[in-house]
Design a protein around this ligand. Structure first.
Ligand code: ATP
Length: 448
């Protein structure tokens, strides 16, 4: 393998070194499967969330947002089928006590009942429910039992009538939500790819039965185009069509991305039929039918097309997709590589870095003034330490698309250098034109 190829270890190490993602409770030896987002990680995560939110709400007249509570009535999970069905098959090693998901582990080892770790004997597979259970209030009895939600979708279903009534929504319409979800995953691995606590970005689209297949195709296309719009390398994306469907689904596709460990699910697009709302009708006793006032008050339970993406899994995808160790070695010169994150400017944690060539002679003050001007429009950073070339490389490594350099000429003619991350091209322009120019560059951004 080429030493400059991307590996998960490199992503983990860059994430820690530059403040994207830290291991949770590291000073205590770490908490398995839990991660903390550092100063750049939180900006990256928010930008991805904002891009998704814009795409899924602002760009559609018939989609609105919601933020439902994590704790829900326990009956919700009975109705949704999660208590009965939301489990993975688990096998334990009787010797080393390691646990495996029998559906994803080495099938030869499973057949021979041999632990892939130590060769010890494996138990029979048993269903392991992935929901975290807890108690609310002081008494820890069965009447106080609650679950941490394993998906955000149910918060949308139980509110769908509230949203129709309060916002006068008419079918077809959608409700979007971003929030935490929790799953007691048997195996958490591959950094933030699979964790017990994670965030989802889900949109549930309510349609008339019979129109579901049309909207299923529509949303598949929309979701594919979202990644294209934000500069993801589409040759690393593919569709996976589910043959084995979840208990609620009529059809399901995943968008898979080629992570360093191979193609894996990034987002699911599901036709959930009228399953969830029918179940909630049964369990709550409330009429969940839609009344079509434009069609003689026809009543029906809508079908639901769901787009369900992992936000934290998207953070990993954008990091991997942006990562490059670029060969800049000149002919006959010494080996020179730069690590660069080619984030789309709307996704990059910092949009503009302002760098004075020197700290002295009033250049630092001038650079800080320019940064202050840009702060209203962009996420900025300021760096005055070290040689300018080194500072550019530092910005490249965290994916800052634009650097503004203030030098001695700036004092004379009120111009600065604008440097582009991907091409490393530099142009000179008046300070007064900076903001407009950067806006224009963001608009025309295309992945190179
Ligand atoms: P998998 O097969 O990977 O367990 P799933 O098919 O159960 O996932 P869904 O229930 O469809 O996943 O969840 C929708 C999205 O939520 C996934 O595409 C993924 O991006 C994200 N997601 C699900 N489980 C996790 C997890 N444990 N950690 C991080 N993200 C997750």
């Amino acid at each position: 393998m080429d030493k400059h190829e991307i590996t998960m270890d490199k992503i983990v190490s860059l994430s820690k070194r530059r403040g994207f993602v830290f291991q949770s409770s590291e000073i205590y030896g770490g908490q398995a499967g839990a991660w903390d987002y550092g100063p750049l990680g939180i900006e990256l995560k928010k930008n991805i969330q904002n891009a998704w939110w814009k795409e899924m709400t602002r760009m559609h007249n018939n989609i609105v947002g919601l933020d439902a509570a994590i704790f829900m009535h326990p009956k919700v999970w009975e109705a949704s089928g999660h208590i009965a069905n939301f489990s993975d098959p688990l096998v334990d090693c009787k010797d080393c006590k390691m646990r495996f998901r029998s559906d994803t582990m080495d099938q030869e080892a499973l057949k021979e009942r041999k632990c892939p770790n130590c060769g010890g004997e494996l138990t029979e597979p048993r269903a392991f429910n992935l929901m975290f259970k807890t108690h609310i209030g002081p008494a820890e009895d069965s009447s106080s039992e609650l679950y941490l939600r394993p998906e955000t979708a149910q918060g949308i279903y139980v509110n769908y009538k509230n949203v129709i009534q309060s916002n006068r929504m008419k079918i077809p319409f959608g409700i979007a939500q971003v929030g935490k979800a929790f799953r007691n995953e048997i195996v958490t691995k591959n950094f933030i790819f699979r964790t017990c606590e994670f965030e989802q970005m889900e949109m549930q689209f309510f349609v008339k039965p019979g129109e579901d297949e049309k909207y299923f195709e529509y949303w598949r296309e929309q979701r594919w185009n979202f990644y294209k719009k934000y500069g993801v390398r589409m040759d690393k994306m593919r569709w996976y069509h589910h043959e084995k469907l979840a208990h609620y689904a009529k059809d399901a596709y995943d968008i898979e991305y080629e992570f360093p460990m191979g193609y894996s699910e990034l987002e699911g697009v599901h036709n959930r039929t009228d399953f969830d709302l029918t179940q909630h009708t049964k369990f709550s006793g409330k009429d969940m039918r839609y009344i079509d006032q434009d069609n003689g008050n026809e009543k029906y339970i809508p079908y639901i097309i769901e787009t369900s993406a992992g936000l934290t899994r998207n953070v990993l995808m954008f990091l991997c997709d942006a990562y490059e160790e670029q060969n800049l070695t000149q002919e006959g010169g010494k080996e020179d590589y730069r690590t660069v994150l080619h984030f789309h400017p709307s996704i990059a944690p910092v949009t503009v870095a302002v760098l004075p060539l020197m700290k002295k002679d009033g250049l630092a003050e001038m650079a800080l003034d320019i940064q202050n001007e840009l702060k209203e429009d962009f996420v900025t950073s300021y760096d005055q330490g070290g040689a300018i070339g080194k500072r550019y490389r530092r910005q490249d490594e965290v994916g800052t698309p634009f650097c503004v350099t203030v030098d001695y000429d700036s004092k004379e003619d009120k111009t600065v250098t604008l440097r582009f991350r991907d091409s490393m091209e530099q142009i000179r322009l008046p300070i007064s034109e900076l903001s407009t120019r950067i806006h224009a560059e963001i608009k025309k951004y295309q992945r190179v």
